[in-house]
Ligand binder design. Sequence first.
Ligand code: GLA
Length: 712
Amino acid sequence: MRRTSIILMLCLITVAVFSQNSIRVGDDGRSMTITTRSTAYHLSMVNNEVRMVNYGNKILVERAGRPLGAEIPVRGGFANATPLLEVIFPDGVRDIELEYKSYGIINTDGYQTLQITQCDKYYPLEVISYIKVLPEYDLIEKWIEVRNTGKKGIIKIENLLSGSIYLPKDAYELTHYAGVWGNEFTPQTTKLTPGIKTVQVKDFKSYGSSSFLVRPEGETDNYTGKVWFGSIKYSGNWRIDFEKFFNGPVQVAGGMNFWDQELNLKPGNSFTTPRIVFGYTELGTEGVTHALTSYIREQLLPSSHRDKIRPVLYNSWYATTFDVNEEHQLALAKVAKDIGVEMFVIDDGWFKGRVNDKAGLGDWTVDTNKFPNGLQPMIEKINALGLDFGIWIEPEMVNPNSDLYRAHPDWVFHFPNRRRHEGRNQLILNLAREDVFQYLYQSFHKLLKENNIKFIKWDMNKQMSDPGFPSAPADEQRAVRIRYMENLYRLVETLRKEFPEVWFENCSSGGGRIDMAMNSRYDFNWTSDNTDPIDRIFIQDSYLTLFPANTMISWITHEDWHRQNHPLEFKFDVCMAGVLGIGYDITKWTDAEKDVAREKIARYREIRKTVQTGTPYRLVSPYDNNRSILQFVNREKSESIVFIYNLAEYPGNSIPENRRSTLVQLRGLTSGSRYKLEGIEGVYSGDFLMKTGIEIPLRGAYKSRIFTIKEV
Ligand code: GLA
């Protein structure tokens, strides 16, 4: 009896585990199905070649059709897809012929991952491709490991992307995000016509994103419609090709950009690509936002701070630029504390020789002319006020006018006989070098060890140029970008491990390096140097489509990009949709201004949990309308915060938006629950608020309103 029940229990457990399996292999071992909550991805082996059959809605793609293309298309045979792998073998042969060998299901960070091994039919090249399944986010992560299994001879890798997917035959439009300094993440939509549309970065900086959305042509609804989407988890040079075949599907292939880049795989060596994330939803752009933002927030953000509420920041950059000293910083900190700030951050200008942007970068010791007692005594006074202290650094850069450069002019990227191209009077340190890595590690380890620093703003201000590493072995010279990125990640990871309580902010002259790889190592991003509230409403709308609000640092400053003199209240309301910061010279504020700040910061502290951890909804986008409306709903759906920003006011019926209803339907509430809206009479059901909606409670250009919705 006892034995029977144990067997029964084991059977039940097996069924339970099996039913949770996100990877199923057909009885003949020649077909594989990967499922997430609502998607399926089918693979099949045809003549020992691994092919992708289809990817999309779990129910609709259940019936396997004809394969759309090779899972790992390579250069070799017919050139009928964008290759993920292009190599040259030691004897000069440039074609690859892959053959399926085996599969395995492994566990990566708690998630089932399909591992498929293919080998070249003749040469010692092994290609292992991975698909990690994240069922609850409807996402998969793909990456590839390539090995030289031979005893002699180097395999030259000319191109190695992370993965691709094929979309079924249809007419499609691509939306991607591009930008420049001060105008980050501007959505761009373009038709995919036969040929290849490439979105790429050859630099280490981009003001756009590798995140993309592909939708059937003409489908623009925010809440419904098929979308294939994704993003590359890499901060260096990346590339995505969208290849539309004349009579057939679209292939999306992405990863590192092998432009002026190659890898030489020695016998016994392997290389693993960064990951590319793919997803599919039928819930329109909102489905993409929910998948990406919850994945970043719950899976990627550094685990030490992942669930912590982000502090209210003060940053001294706009108040002082390089002109910093203890007395003024303390005066700023005093007011900061008084108005409700929690983290006080000194920006650029604190280190040796840093009187302007022409000198000092690289010499990471305190400037004793400005801080004769060093930093720690000042930090202690700031701490005594009840504030944590943070500091700005730009590790990857050096000014030619610095002790570091004078001692090591060969430590920067450069080519002999060629000009060293400066940007903002600085050069890029060659972080591919171990001595550069060690110098930076020692400098920042010391800084953090000797001073009670709880926040690092990590900047990176120059574009890539002169990527030469003359003293590296010839076969490593064009791998310099890859080695740089490996060491950049290693540097921040090492410092985080040693100083686990420190917050890290990612900055690159504003939002010049924001991606999933940075989001897995830094707690937040400085979104843009452009702090104009109107411009920010646009930048933030795009940012919040792709990234969670608890990563979006937003400061109010006195900068007035368009000479509009917007009121403080309006600026605060814009910045409160993310992680609030203040960047004014607050010692000059009047009592009335301090009162506004005190009240707004107190309000932010009340609502920030829902803003930072809630589900985001973009109810009205400024790109389509004369206003922006954002909504955040907490997990329990008992509290929601709505932000309304009016950009313009037009006479009734004068423009398309004004001819439409002025009711706005809220989202994400519980239909049957009853809610009270702050400042609005009555109690409403969730159903009413989401189906009928409310009259937009705000009139007038450049006006804003924030209101709370609470379940009663
Ligand atoms: C960059 C950043 C700014 C500020 C300055 C300091 O421009 O984006 O926020 O830190 O550097 O030099």
